[in-house]
Write a protein that binds this ligand. Sequence first.
Ligand code: C5P
Length: 232
Amino acid sequence: MTWVVVPAAGRGARFGGEVPKQYLDLLGRPLIEHTLRGLLAHPSISGVVVALSPNDPHWPGWRALESKPVLTCMGGGERADSVLAGLLALPDSVAKDAWVLVHDAARPCIKSMDLSRLFAALKSDPVGALLAAPVRDTVKRSDADGRVEATIPRGSLWRALTPQAFRRDSLVRALEAAQRAGETVTDEAMAMERLGLKPLLVEGSEDNLKVTTPADLAVAESILRRMGDGRA
Ligand code: C5P
């Protein structure tokens, strides 16, 4: 059985507005409730630790959802700091070498099938794995004037999604090493890569979007309506 760390301490600066995006109303519930229920409904997941910003007035105070434990801890200044705090707040029953998943609070449309595919990949992988989606558009790099400097061949390009899964202790060590080096890592895989490790890319659904702008909220709503309660 596997635990999930959910960083939810962001202020959602890119989204704007007073309410952080993880608490926006999505089909009559706070966005994060869809995220947490989507994770906890999976039979291989035993609980979550949610990293919150200090004195978060929006957190509804859940101690359990889907009959599984919901623990909280205080997040940090960057996403990686919040993830590290979450890992350190895992219960002692989570073994040092147990797989732990990390999933963005702002990704409410996580599907059971994607979680199962990730778990299946972990069975035979020594390093860890992440859900990802192949890049479909042609990708350009810009120069300082906003003109195309180069076209990047997209054949081997992926967009990193979450959940990302690594062994508890290895991920703590990797995040602490990045912190010590003063490097901001924007996902867990990046912290592992810094140490020369090569996480496995597992193709996940495009529906697993991160709500970043108001337009994303409308898309998430239609995806959740389509998924219904089944989340298959
Ligand atoms: O800002 P971004 O969309 O990349 O955030 C991804 C996730 O990380 C969100 O769920 C956000 O709440 C979380 N986060 C955090 N602590 C921070 C910054 C972001 O937990 N300091």
